[in-house]
Design a protein around this ligand. Structure first.
Ligand code: UDP
Length: 478
C-alpha cells in the first residue's frame, strides 16, 4: 500500500510550531509520512522530535524554505516572537506571504495527499488547489473560542457600545458568557481598517472556506461547542487532542519548543522537595511580555501571598534587559520558596509534577489545554488573540480557574493594570480553601477524560482515524 504523505506548514511562532510538531508526530505514529515545512532558523526546533520519530521506525522529514528578505525586521528574525515591537508583526506576516512560490515548488515536486497549513497562511488554499491537493487548516484554538469568536465577529453584539467597560453577551451560544468591549480585538471591532486587520479577517474567513480544520481539543472537554461548530456554524472539523499527550517520555516533555533555560533534573529535584499541590507555575507563553510596572506588581503580589512558585520570565531579544523592576532583595528572600526561570521553561514537565497546585496563565490555547491535561487549576490572565474566550471557558464553563481581572486586549504584550492585591487574592484562592479543593477535583476529572480521549477507542483517537481514512481517499503521486 502506498504510504500517505502529509505536509504540515506552521506559522513561525512557537505557539503554533509546538502543536504542529506534536500533530506531525502523531500522524507519523499512525503510519503517515509526515513532513514539516519551515525556515532555516526554525528548523532546529523540530530536529529532535523528527529524529526521535525516525529512530522509532516511523517516517518524518523537514523541508526548508528560505525566509524572505524584507525591510523592517531585525537581522535573522524568522520567528514572530523575535520581533522587537508590535509594529513589526504586520511586516513579519507580510513577509510570510512571499513564501508562496517556494511552497508551490515543493507541492509540485512531492504532491502530498494533503497540506495542513496554518490559519495565518490563507493563501495556501489556492497554492494547494493548483495541484489538486486538499488544504486543511490548523488555527491553534479550541472549539469554544472558535464558536464564540465567530459569533461575535458575525453578529457584532458590541456595535452600539462605546466604553471599554461596556458589557455584552456572546450571542447564539449554549452558555451565557459575558465580555466587555475592551476584550475584543481591534481587528474585529474595526473590520479591515489596516492591512494587518485585513489579513487577519481574510485568515479567519479562510477557515470557513477550507476543506476542514484540525482542532487540538477533545470532544468531552467542550461537547456543546464541538457540536455547535459543526451543526450551527457548518464547519468541518476533526478533534485529535490534547496533542501534547503524544509526548510520553521525560525527554520528550522536557524538550518541547526552545532549549530550556533550566536543567530538567534540577527543576524536578526542586519540585520533588515540595508537597503536592503547593507550588504555583507562572508562565505567559512564548509571546507575552509585560511592562516593568506589571512585573513589579506580580512580584509584590506573589510575595504577599506567601505561596511557593516557579516563575518564568521571558527574555526579550535584548539579553541585557535590566531587572530594576524587581523589588529589592526579592530573589534572595524567595530562595527555597520561589524559583525564577529566565528564558524557556520545560512547561509540560513542570505542569505534570504533583507539586504544582496552580498555573497562572495567559490562556494561550496550548497552555490552557496543557494545564487541563495535567489536571491543574488556573489563574487566568489573558491579553490578546483568542485568550479572553479561553479564559471564559476555564472560569465560567469548566469552572477550573479564577480570573485575575484582565480586561484589556493588548497586542503581543500583557497590559499593565493588574495590582498586587488582585495577584495575591487570585493566587491564594487557587491553592487554598474549599473552593480550591472543588476546582481541583473537577480538574482531576478532566485530566482523566483527556487521557481517555487519546487512547484507542477514545474520541480523539477515533477522530484521527476518521481523518486518516478520509485522507487516504485523496490521490497522491508521491
Ligand atoms: N512554552 C514552554 N516553555 C515556556 C513558554 C512556553 O514550553 O517557557 C510552551 C507551552 O508549553 C506551549 C507553548 O509554548 O506549548 C505556548 O503556546 P500558547 O498557545 O500557550 O501561547 P503562545 O506562546 O502562543 O502565546
Amino acid at each position: 500500500m502506498v504510504k500517505l504523505q502529509v505536509f504540515f506548514f506552521p506559522v513561525m511562532t512557537h505557539g503554533h510550531m509546538i502543536p504542529i510538531l506534536d500533530m506531525a508526530k502523531l500522524f507519523a505514529s499512525r503510519g503517515v509520512h509526515s513532513t514539516i515545512i519551515t525556515t532555516p532558523l526554525n528548523a532546529p526546533a523540530f530536529a529532535k522530535g523528527v529524529q526521535r520519530t525516525n529512530d522509532s521506525g516511523f517516517q518524518m522529514s523537514v523541508k526548508i524554505l528560505e525566509f524572505p528578505k524584507v525591510d523592517g525586521l531585525p537581522e535573522g528574525c524568522e520567528n514572530a516572537d523575535q520581533v522587537t515591537s508590535p509594529d513589526m508583526l504586520p511586516i513579519f506576516f507580510t513577509a510570510t506571504k512571499l513564501l508562496k512560490d517556494q511552497l508551490e515548488q515543493l507541492l509540485e515536486e512531492y504532491r502530498p495527499n494533503c497540506l495542513v497549513a496554518d490559519l495565518f497562511f490563507p493563501w495556501a488554499t489556492d497554492s494547494a488547489a493548483k495541484f489538486n491537493i486538499p488544504r486543511l487548516v490548523f488555527h491553534g484554538s479550541g472549539f469554544f473560542a472558535s464558536c464564540a469568536g465567530e459569533q461575535v465577529r458575525l453578529q457584532r453584539p458590541f456595535k452600539n457600545l462605546t466604553n471599554g467597560s461596556d458589557e455584552f453577551f456572546v450571542p447564539n451560544i449554549p452558555h451565557k458568557v459575558k465580555l466587555c468591549l475592551s476584550q475584543i480585538p481591534p481587528y474585529v471591532r474595526e473590520e479591515g481598517e489596516t492591512e494587518f486587520a485585513k489579513m487577519l479577517t481574510e485568515a479567519l474567513e479562510s477557515e470557513w472556506r477550507s476543506h476542514g480544520v484540525i482542532i487540538n481539543s477533545f470532544y468531552e472537554l467542550e461537547p456543546e461547542y464541538a457540536d455547535h461548530y459543526r451543526n450551527v456554524l457548518n464547519g468541518k472539523a476533526w478533534h485529535i487532542g490534547p496533542l501534547s499527550l503524544c509526548n510520553r517520555s521525560l525527554e520528550e516533555k522536557a524538550q518541547r519548543g526552545k532549549q530550556a533555560a533550566i536543567n530538567a533534573d534540577d527543576c524536578l529535584k526542586w519540585l520533588d522537595s515540595k508537597s503536592p499541590n503547593s507550588v504555583l507555575y507562572i508562565c505567559f507563553g512564548s509571546f507575552t511580555k509585560f511592562p516593568n510596572e506589571q512585573l513589579h506588581e506580580i512580584a509584590m503580589g506573589l510575595e504577599a501571598s506567601g505561596q511557593q512558585f516557579i516563575w518564568v520570565l521571558r527574555k526579550g531579544t535584548n539579553d541585557k534587559e535590566s531587572e530594576e523592576w524587581m523589588p529589592e532583595g526579592f530573589e534572595e528572600r524567595m530562595i527555597g520558596k520561589g524559583l525564577i526561570i529566565r528564558g524557556w521553561a520545560p512547561q509540560m514537565l513542570i505542569l505534570d509534577h504533583e507539586a504544582i497546585g496552580g498555573f497562572v496563565t495567559h490562556c494561550g490555547w496550548n497552555s490552557t489545554l496543557e494545564g487541563i491535561a495535567a489536571g491543574v487549576p488556573m489563574v487566568t490572565w489573558p491579553s490578546f488573540a483568542e485568550q479572553f474566550y479561553n479564559e471564559k471557558l476555564i472560569t465560567d464553563i469548566l469552572r477550573i480557574g479564577v480570573a485575575v481581572g484582565a480586561k484589556e486586549w493588548v497586542a503581543d504584550s500583557g497590559g499593565g493594570n493588574i495590582k498586587r492585591d488582585a495577584v495575591e487574592t487570585a493566587v491564594r484562592s487557587i491553592i487554598i480553601g474549599e473552593e480550591a479543593e472543588e476546582r481541583r477535583n473537577r480538574c482531576k476529572g478532566l485530566k482523566e477524560m483527556a487521557k481517555k480521549a487519546i487512547e484507542e477507542g477514545g474520541s480523539s483517537y477515533s477522530g484521527l482515524n476518521a481523518l486518516i481514512q478520509e485522507l487516504s481517499l485523496y490521490p497522491s503521486s508521491f
